[in-house]
Design a protein around this ligand. Sequence first.
Ligand SMILES: [Fe+2]
Ligand SMILES: [Fe+2]
Length: 199
Amino acid sequence: MNSLEYRLNLLPYTRAELIEMVKKQVSKKRFRHILGVEQSAIELAEQYGGCIERASIAGLLHDYCKEMPADVFLQAIDDFRLNVDLKTWNNNIWHGMVGASIIREQLELTDEVILHAIEIHTTGNAQMSLLDKILYVADYIELGRDFPDVQEAREIANQSLDAAVAFETAHTLAHLIAKNIAIYPLTIETYNHYCAGRK
Ligand SMILES: [Fe+2]
Ligand SMILES: [Fe+2]
């Protein structure tokens, strides 16, 4: 993917510059995951007719805020006048739901399609765009992932993006329930729509 050049002016940086900026924000392990998500997102965009450039940027930026401390998110919730209920959640939710606003400001990214995909990349919602689905699924199936059902998830993603969203959502929910972890309401919404067929 090193030959990919950004031509849509979605960001004031080249892809190489963006990669360097991301590298400074996260651990080596997470950086490898991020590159894997970018690659998977690009492949899914090629297969399902999505925008390659948006897939690349969304993949590279989706975990940009993952290692920021809690006080940065709590301050950002005030600064960006986000829903104060977000303060009762944690990094798993903040790095997407609040991270999108931090990225919009810090990286001068204004493309709402990319920002929305980053915002809901851990939760999904009932009305996911093509890029939302691509990022949500790419985050789950990238080549560095090695949990027991990942190969099945990859095969499903190769057949149907919606089926892959459903598979991932059902498995994520089961995992959270088994560990007594609170479920963010949007995850339930994603489950009801993509797994249980509610319109
Ligand atoms: Fe994430
Ligand atoms: Fe991720």
